[in-house]
Design a protein around this ligand. Structure first.
Ligand code: HEC
Length: 143
């Protein structure tokens, strides 16, 4: 009887501990990361800089350099395997279509809470560097 009770208790604890990390995670990669009450406003924010080969090149340097993006997002933009939430696959056209540049800037400024995605703009990057790296991320589409 006692052993059975311990077993039930143990199983219960296991369920609770397995459920916990899942709470901070997001349901799927296409669901917006921006909180719903800010979403519309953030989605409309556009880069003040037009896309150019020079800016894409600046963004590439940041991706492989001081942004440290490559350590998690990998050279080909598909992302490395890591414990917890997987980095985004930037080559996925469906994901590229799902996000506006404004949403990507929000992520760079805030990180993605509950995941390994750290805050970048305002910490290690200026806003202009952020927009440049976003131009570079767009080049992974469909690769
Ligand atoms: C320590 C690991 C790590 C580093 C460094 C990192 N990222 Fe991420 N990134 C992640 C993870 C994990 C996710 C997935 C987060 C999620 O699903 O919400 C992510 C998601 C993203 C997304 C997708 C957000 C969305 O709305 O779907 C973008 C854009 C992004 N990262 C850009 C960058 C850029 C640019 C850099 C460098 C300046 C960078 N990341 C550095 C781990 C990292």
């Amino acid at each position: 009887m006692r052993i059975q009770m311990l077993f039930i208790l143990g199983a219960g604890l296991l369920v609770i501990s397995l459920g916990k990390p899942a709470r901070g995670f997001h349901p799927d990669v296409y669901t917006p990361r921006v909180p719903p009450e800010q979403l519309e406003e953030i989605q409309e924010i556009e880069s003040p800089y037009t896309t150019s080969p020079e800016r894409i090149e600046e963004g590439r340097k940041i991706f492989f350099g001081k942004g440290l993006c490559v350590t998690c997002h990998s050279k080909n933009g598909k992302g490395v395997r890591m414990p917890g939430h997987a980095p985004r696959n930037f080559t996925d056209p469906k994901w590229q279509d799902a996000r506006t540049d404004g949403e990507l800037m929000w992520i760079l400024k805030n990180g993605s809470p509950g995941t390994g995605m750290p805050q970048r703009v305002g910490k290690v990057l200026t806003e202009e560097e952020g927009w440049n790296v976003i131009q570079y991320i767009r080049t992974f589409r469909g690769q």
